[in-house]
Write a protein that binds this ligand. Structure first.
Ligand code: A2P
Length: 313
């Protein structure tokens, strides 16, 4: 399996990252240090995870040179207005204790200042936000830029029979890329797992030279146990002498995405980095199982954010 993918900038991004969403401040430092010892060189964080100080301290304490580590952070919804972007980025840089990020993503296709109604124009077409991010690359504060939680305008596939699943397929990415961009989005980080395998988005991304990053790769909160108990996954694990989690993480990389497993348990952090290619028939067996079952509704914060629309539609 590839240990890295090459981005349009020429930078090589490691294919496995430690995800630190929902990693508590008291545990994230240890997880980062364990990961670096186990060979990880990619940490996927965000301003809103509220643990950047602890992540930064662990990176420093590890003794691993900064240039050997890939650090991603994300621009929160409150800061999409062009004048708010550089201060938001500087805050993440200060907290992480570094003077540049390897990757900075627009966290959600939603421009909404704290406590205010969302900015419809900037949400529908975040080109002004993007232009400022391009400027941050030119200034050297960021090496690569991308998006997160952007889905594509596509018709539902036949297996999405129920109307509530059609929201997978709609989004604003094409609005953004229709502008005369100086730098195209290098990645799109979205939920991808056994329950939400997103084969259409994956196909579209391959056709458009856009790397996907899979968050909640094991199924996310509440569904990890279900994933690891899927009969096909258990059978493949047994056949290859791997754990079910290793089978799933390997499957993600074999599909051509970056994979971001989160764990704060040292043994699992180590386990999740030990991956290997699945023989083609076993890969196909898992792929077929993933794309042919009834999908679960994915993680969707629209209601919690009081939106009058579904952010995935
Ligand atoms: P913990 O952090 O307590 O170790 P996802 O990456 O899909 O969001 O899943 C994250 C969840 O899966 C976390 O609750 C994490 O628990 C758990 N997890 C991570 N790796 C493994 C593993 N190898 N086996 C079982 N559970 C895991």
């Amino acid at each position: 399996l590839p240990s890295h993918y090459t981005l349009p900038s020429g930078d090589k991004i490691p294919s496995i990252a430690l995800g630190v969403w929902q990693a508590g401040r008291n545990e994230v430092g240890n997880a980062v240090k364990t990961a670096l010892k186990a060979g990880y060189r990619h940490i996927d964080g965000a301003w809103i995870y509220r643990n950047e100080v602890e992540v930064g301290k662990a990176l420093k304490d590890s003794g691993v040179p900064r240039e050997d580590i890939w650090i991603t952070s994300k621009l929160w919804n409150f800061f999409h207005a062009p004048e708010d972007i550089e201060p938001a980025l500087d805050d993440s840089l200060t907290k992480l204790g570094t003077d540049y990020l390897d990757m900075y993503l627009i966290h959600w296709p939603l421009a909404r200042k704290d406590g205010q109604p969302y900015d419809k124009a900037l949400t529908e077409n975040p080109y002004p936000t993007w232009q400022k991010l391009e400027e941050m690359v030119e200034k050297g504060k960021v090496r690569n830029i991308g998006v997160s939680n952007f889905n594509i305008r596509r018709q539902a596939k036949p297996f999405c029979k129920k109307k509530r699943f059609i929201h997978w397929n709609l989004c604003r990415l094409e609005n953004l890329t229709a502008n005369p961009l100086k730098i195209r989005p290098a990645v799109n980080q979205v939920e991808i797992n056994y329950w939400v395998p997103q084969p259409e988005l994956l196909q579209w991304a391959k056709e458009h030279d856009l790397l996907l990053q899979a968050y909640s790769p094991l199924g996310g909160n509440g569904k990890v146990g279900d994933t690891l108990a899927v009969p096909e996954i258990k059978e493949i694990a047994k056949e290859l002498g791997m754990t079910p989690a290793q089978v799933v993480i390997s499957w993600h990389i074999q599909r051509g995405t970056v994979v971001l497993p989160k764990s704060v348990t040292p043994s699992r952090v180590v386990e999740n980095f030990q991956v290997q290619a699945l023989p083609p028939p076993l890969f196909e067996k898992l792929e077929k199982a993933a794309i042919s079952h009834e999908p679960y509704p994915r993680f969707n914060p629209s209601k919690n954010w009081g939106l009058d629309f579904d952010i995935f539609e």
